[in-house]
Design a protein. Structure first.
Ligand SMILES: Cc1cc2nc3c(=O)[nH]c(=O)nc-3n(C[C@H](O)[C@H](O)[C@H](O)COP(=O)(O)OP(=O)(O)OC[C@H]3O[C@@H](n4cnc5c(N)ncnc54)[C@H](O)[C@@H]3O)c2cc1C
Lengths: 196, 521
C-alpha cells in the first residue's frame, strides 16, 4: 500500500533527524491511571444566575416540593437548587424568563399574603401559595405562566435530585422497592466531531 | 468506475448494498457522517457524572423529544444542518448521520403493511393506491423477517399480515391485567395481539451488524464515510444519472464519484432534498409532496386498584398488549374519520409523577402506592398523505457545507384529530370495562415528525403524472436512478415503516441487478 503523502513526509523528517527512533518506532508510553475527583465533591458552585432573593425562594420551594423521603435525599440535600442556578444560566432566554418570573411571583405572593419573604414562610403558609399553582396534568403545558413554572420546577427538581450523586449513593444502600429511579445509562461520546 | 453508487448507510442503504453485492454488483456507499465504534464510543455513566446531570445542554436539540444527555452526540446538530418550518406548524425532524443512520437506534417494532394500506384508495376513495400489493412484497418481507429475527404471534387477521416469525415470541402466561383487558376488548369486538419486534443480534438490528458486514465481505462494496453528497450528476446527452458530487465533511474538498446507476437511501427527506437540489425526477410536479408519517401521542393512563400498595406481582400485572387497526375495516363503517390506528399498551409500570397534581410527601406517598400498578397506552395513528404537506428548498438558508436546506410544511387535519379522539375514548372505555381506574386521558398528539417515521415526498405509483417512482422504486424520468427509503411510500398506514422500507429496498435492488445484467440501465 502506498504511504499517504502526509505520513510519507513525516517519515522523511524523522529519518533525517533521528534514524534510530524511526527504525525502532516510538517507545510505548505508560503512566499510572489517575482517577479524578468529581467537581461537586471538591468544591461548591458559585451562584451565577438567580438574585439572592430568587435563590432563597428557590431553595425553600425545593425543600417543600421535593423533600427527603424514605432514606433518600431531597432536592436541598442533592444540591438541586445550586444545579438549577447553573442550568438556567446556560438556558435559552424564554426559559430564564419563566424561572425568574415564577420565583418573583412566589415572593410577591408571600409579601402580599404574609408580609414576608417566601423563604421565611412556614410550610402551611407556603402551601397556600403553591397548592393553587399545581394543576391537573394536561398534554400541553398550562397556559398560565405561573402554573407552568411550578409544573416545570417540580419536574426539574425531581430530575436534578434523582440524578444527583447523593441520591445515587443513598439508592445503592436502599432496598430495591424503595429505591426509585436513578439516572444511569450508556453515554455516547462525541464521534469525530466536525472541525470548524 | 462502480456499477452503483449508494447514498446513505441506514436500513435502506445497507439492504441495497447487501442485496446488490450478493448478486455481484460493485458498489460504492457514500455516507455523510463518521463511523462509530460501538465499543470505544459508548461508556456506562451515572447521570451525576454528566455535565448537565442528564438534562442535556439546554437548547441543543430543540426538535428532538427523544434526545437526552446520553445520546445527545448522536443526532444531527440543527446548527450544522438546519431546516425551517412555519411558526404555527412545528416539525420534528430527527436525523442521524453516523454510518448505519437511524438503524443504530430504532426500537425494532416490526410490522408489515396490509392491503388496507396498499389498496387504501380502493377501500375508502382517498388518494392513490400503491402500484403493488401485499402479495408482491410478501416474499421479501419473509426474507427480511428471517434476517432480522422478527418475533410475533400469528393471528390470521387481514389487516395485520403474519410474518415469517422466528421462535422466541412466546413469553410467560398472561397476567390477570392482560387477561382482563383482552376480555374487555374482545367484548367490544376488538382483537388483541402482541408486539412484533426484530431481535437482531445481541439487541442490535442495524445495518452495521446485519447487512453491511456481508456486503463488505463480498469484496464488492467500498464504504466512504464523511462524504456529504450535494448533487446527482447527469450526462447532458442522455439525461441519465452518471454519478454524484460530494464534499469531505471535514475539509470541504469536493469530489465526483461516477457509476452506472445511482441509488438514493439518504432517509426520506434527505433523498428528496438531493433530487430537488439536482432538479431531477420531477416531471410529475409531485416531488416533495404528500409528506406523511404516523401520529404519536393520545395518552391514556390507568391504574389497577388491586395492584397498588406493594401488591403488584407478575401474576397480577405486567406484560404488553398490541391492538392492531380495528376501525374502518368494513367499507360500510360510518365514522368521522377514515383509515385507523393501533394501540400499543403496557401493563405494570409506575406512573409519571406529572400525572398527580400534588407535591412533597403527599406526592411521594402517592407514587409509592401506585408503583407497578399502571397501564399506559398511546396510538400509532395513520396520517393521510395530502398534497399540501410538503418540503421545498430554502432559497436563503444553507447548511455547514453551503448546501441549501429544506423548508418543511406539514399539518395534521380533521381526519387525524377525529381519529385520535376515537382512540382516547376507546382506551378509556376499554380500561373501565377491565376494572381499571383512569388517571389521565388526553386526545392530543405530538407535532408531525415526532414518530421519526417521515414518509412520502417521492411516492411510487403506476401513473408517471402523479408519482415520482414506479413500482420498482425507479424514477419514472431517469431510469438509472432509484430511491429506496421511506420517501417512496404512497400511504403511511399505522405500521412502523422499517420492515416495509427494508423489503422494498431488497426488491428494488434485485430488480436493479437484473436490469443491469440485461444491459437495460
Ligand atoms: C429512536 C428511534 C426509534 C425508532 N423505532 C422504530 C421502530 O420501532 N420501528 C420502525 O419501523 N422504525 C423505527 N424508527 C425509524 C427507523 O429507524 C427508520 O425508519 C429507518 O431507520 C430509516 O432508514 P433509512 O435508511 O431510510 O434512513 P436513515 O437511517 O436516516 O439513513 C440515512 C443515511 O443517509 C445518510 N445521508 C443523509 N444525507 C446524506 C447526504 N447528503 N450525503 C451522504 N449521506 C447522507 C445519513 O448519514 C444516514 O446514515 C425509529 C427511529 C428512531 C430514531
Amino acid at each position: 500500500m502506498p504511504i499517504p503523502r502526509r505520513r510519507f513526509v513525516l517519515a522523511l523528517g524523522t529519518v533525517s533527524t533521528s534514524p534510530v527512533v524511526f527504525a525502532q518506532g516510538p517507545a510505548p508510553l505508560s503512566a499510572p491511571r489517575i482517577v479524578p475527583v468529581a467537581p461537586d465533591q471538591a468544591a461548591e458552585p458559585v451562584l451565577q444566575f438567580f438574585t439572592p432573593t430568587q435563590f432563597a425562594t428557590l431553595r425553600h420551594a425545593a425543600s417543600l416540593l421535593q423533600p427527603a423521603y424514605s432514606n433518600l435525599p431531597g432536592a436541598v440535600e442533592a444540591a438541586a437548587p445550586e444545579f438549577l442556578d447553573f442550568l438556567l444560566a446556560v438556558s435559552p432566554a424564554p426559559r430564564q424568563a419563566l424561572y425568574r418570573g415564577g420565583l418573583d411571583h412566589l415572593t410577591s405572593q408571600a409579601k402580599l399574603l404574609f408580609k414576608k419573604d417566601f423563604a421565611a414562610l412556614t410550610a402551611p403558609e407556603a402551601d397556600q401559595i403553591l397548592k393553587p399553582l399545581i394543576v391537573p396534568w394536561t398534554f400541553d403545558p398550562p397556559a398560565d405562566l405561573h402554573e407552568r413554572f411550578l409544573t416545570d420546577l417540580r419536574a426539574d427538581l425531581r430530575t436534578a435530585t434523582t440524578n444527583s450523586a447523593p441520591y445515587a449513593a443513598a439508592a445503592a444502600t436502599t432496598s430495591r422497592r424503595g429505591r426509585g429511579r436513578t439516572g444511569a445509562g450508556l453515554y455516547w461520546l462525541p464521534i469525530d466531531p466536525t472541525r470548524r | 468506475m462502480y456499477d452503483v453508487l449508494i447514498v446513505g448507510s441506514g436500513h435502506s442503504g445497507g439492504m441495497a448494498a447487501a442485496t446488490l453485492t450478493a448478486l455481484g454488483v460493485r458498489c460504492l456507499m457514500l455516507n455523510a457522517g463518521p463511523v462509530a465504534d460501538l465499543e470505544r464510543d459508548r461508556v456506562n455513566k451515572s447521570a451525576h457524572e454528566l455535565p448537565y446531570r442528564g438534562f442535556g445542554k439546554p437548547g441543543l436539540h430543540p426538535h428532538i423529544f427523544q434526545a437526552n444527555e446520553y445520546n445527545a452526540n448522536t443526532w444531527v446538530d440543527e446548527n450544522e444542518v438546519p431546516y425551517t418550518h412555519p411558526a404555527d406548524a412545528s416539525y420534528n425532524w430527527v436525523r442521524v448521520r453516523l454510518l448505519g443512520g437511524r438503524s443504530l437506534f430504532w426500537a425494532r417494532q416490526s410490522f408489515r403493511l396490509s392491503d388496507f394500506e396498499f389498496r387504501a384508495a380502493d377501500h375508502d376513495g382517498f388518494g392513490e393506491n400503491w402500484p403493488i400489493r401485499h402479495n408482491d412484497l410478501a416474499p421479501f418481507y419473509s426474507r427480511v423477517e428471517a434476517q432480522f429475527k422478527v418475533v410475533g404471534r400469528k393471528e390470521g387477521w387481514p389487516q395485520f399480515p403474519d410474518g415469517n416469525f422466528v421462535e422466541g415470541g412466546a413469553g410467560q402466561a398472561d397476567s390477570e391485567c392482560q387477561q382482563r383487558i383482552t376480555a374487555a376488548a374482545n367484548k367490544m369486538g376488538i382483537g388483541v395481539s402482541r408486539m412484533r419486534a426484530a431481535m437482531g443480534d445481541g439487541g442490535l438490528a442495524s445495518s452495521v451488524n446485519l447487512s453491511l458486514p456481508q456486503a463488505v465481505a463480498s469484496g464488492k462494496l467500498d464504504v466512504l464515510p464523511n462524504a456529504v453528497v450535494r448533487q446527482i450528476t447527469t450526462d447532458p446527452n442522455t439525461g441519465r444519472a452518471n454519478g454524484v458530487i460530494f464534499l469531505d465533511r471535514h475539509t470541504r474538498q469536493e469530489r465526483r464519484a461516477k457509476a452506472r446507476v445511482v441509488v438514493l437511501a439518504a432517509g426520506t427527506l434527505e433523498s428528496t432534498r438531493l433530487l430537488l437540489l439536482s432538479k431531477l425526477a420531477n416531471s410529475s410536479g409531485v416531488l416533495g409532496r404528500y409528506l406523511t408519517d404516523q401520529q404519536y401521542g393520545c395518552t391514556v393512563v390507568a391504574s389497577m386498584p388491586e395492584a397498588r400498595d406493594g401488591k403488584a406481582n407478575p401474576k397480577l400485572i405486567g406484560g404488553g398488549l398490541f391492538i392492531p387497526r380495528f376501525r374502518n375495516l368494513r367499507k360500510d363503517e360510518k365514522r368521522n374519520f377514515i383509515r385507523g390506528y393501533a394501540l400499543p399498551l403496557n401493563t405494570g409500570s409506575s406512573p409519571d409523577p406529572k400525572y398527580f397534581p400534588e407535591y412533597g410527601e403527599a406526592l411521594q406517598k402517592k407514587l409509592a402506592s401506585y408503583a407497578g400498578s399502571c397501564v399506559t397506552g398511546g396510538i400509532y395513528g395513520d396520517v393521510l398523505p395530502r398534497y399540501e404537506n410538503h418540503v421545498r428548498l430554502n432559497p436563503n438558508q444553507t447548511d455547514a457545507w453551503g448546501i441549501p436546506t429544506l423548508h418543511i410544511e406539514a399539518r395534521y387535519g380533521d381526519n387525524e384529530r377525529n381519529l385520535c379522539k376515537d382512540a382516547a375514548d376507546t382506551m378509556e372505555e376499554l380500561y373501565k370495562a377491565a376494572g381499571l381506574e383512569v388517571i389521565v386521558k388526553s386526545d392530543k398528539v405530538n407535532p408531525p415528525g415526532y414518530s421519526i417515521h417521515e414518509l412520502g415526498t417521492c411516492r411510487m405509483g403506476a401513473d408517471p403524472k402523479k408519482s415520482v417512482l414506479n413500482q420498482w422504486n425507479q424514477s419514472h424520468d431517469v431510469k438509472n436512478l432509484f430511491v429506496v427509503d421511506g420517501s417512496s411510500f404512497a400511504t403511511a398506514g399505522w405500521q412502523n415503516p422499517t420492515m416495509t422500507i427494508l423489503a422494498l429496498s431488497m426488491r428494488a435492488s434485485e430488480y436493479l441487478a437484473a436490469e443491469l445484467a440485461k444491459g437495460n440501465l
